[in-house]
Design a protein around this ligand. Structure first.
Ligand SMILES: [Mg+2]
Length: 312
């Protein structure tokens, strides 16, 4: 909101040449709106959303000679039997299995494995194309687009992918590599845990060393939920989609092109997402067009709020 000077008198002082200069200086920002909520955040899940398969399947599992379906089946079985968190279980089993094969995979090696991760068509160009689209719109003056990744996958593998440079921040699971005999999970991002990172983006507290829990009034939050679009592919994305949808934000579900859209239709019918589309990120695809529709609406909303702020 625009600052007011002593009981809303600033308006009349503005046009009065005889009034004290200090008053005019205090009210000067009025001419230029102080509206600051002009950052739009596009938040992506990784596995199944930007990449067809879980990221561990491209290099880690082949390297330790374990078949993907066997590995995930074992993760599910062990997690169930031990009542363990499924994500901690997969992080544990990866290195247990590597050790059994006499292999030690360090941070550098994981980053190098990121180069093998395949992406859906158009993903590499998507970030530039979306920014270009927004820039070309009439109401985009001062609007910034930021891309974020919130993934249960591994930070190091993502760091090695071709698209890492496009993200303002990446929140993903991570290891302590020198913890004990084997690497130990340092940060595990579960389905519901993903929402913490949505709040971090919302509140502008992206430094993971800082606590997220202290109260921050809506007005002070740099990226309102209504300025966010979440992209995901399945049940693990439900908490993030629900958080945004309940707070005026947006979500798009994607599915492998030419594969069944049933999961997406389920999410759509349950009100989890605004749209769904095949995970084809090329300009002109349904996904591109539907994302642009949401961006058009967000740009208009931003302009409306900006105009209103100038009247305060
Ligand atoms: Mg996924």
């Amino acid at each position: 909101m625009v600052e007011r000077v002593s009981g809303g008198r600033a308006k009349s002082f503005d046009t009065d040449a005889g009034e004290a200069r200090s008053v005019r200086r205090a009210s000067a920002p009025k001419a230029k709106s102080k509206f600051t909520k002009k950052t739009i955040a596009l938040v992506y899940d990784f596995d199944g959303t930007l990449s067809p398969k879980p990221m561990q399947e491209y290099a880690f599992l082949p390297k330790i000679g374990v078949k993907a379906e066997d590995f995930w089946a074992e993760c599910t079985r062990v997690a169930k039997a031990e009542r363990a968190d499924p994500l901690i279980t997969y992080m544990h089993l990866m290195y247990k299995k590597a050790k059994e094969k006499g292999l030690r995979i360090d941070r550098k090696e994981l980053v190098a494995q990121g180069r093998h991760v395949e992406l859906y068509q158009g993903v590499e160009a998507w970030f530039g194309e979306i920014e270009g689209y927004v820039k070309a719109q009439r109401d985009s003056k001062g609007v910034t687009i930021k891309h974020y990744l919130v993934s249960s996958g591994l930070t190091e593998i993502i760091e090695g992918t071709k698209i890492y440079k496009n993200f303002a921040n990446v929140f993903a699971s991570e290891y302590w590599f020198d913890a004990y005999d084997l690497p130990f999970p340092k940060r595990v991002i579960t389905d519901t845990g993903k929402t913490q990172y949505m709040f971090r983006i919302n509140k502008g507290i992206e430094d993971l060393g800082e606590s997220i829990n202290s109260h921050m009034p809506e007005d002070a939050r740099p990226i309102p939920f209504s300025n966010m679009i979440y992209f995901g592919d399945g049940d693990t994305d439900v908490p993030s989609m629900a958080l945004l949808k309940k707070n005026g934000g947006h979500a798009i579900a994607v599915h492998t092109p030419k594969a069944s859209a049933d999961k997406c239709i389920g999410l759509f019918n349950a009100g989890r997402c605004d749209f769904y589309a095949p995970a084809d990120y090329r300009k002109g695809s349904d996904l591109f067009k539907r994302t642009c529709l949401l961006l058009d609406r967000m740009l208009a909303d931003i302009r409306v709020e900006e105009e209103r702020a100038g009247l305060g």
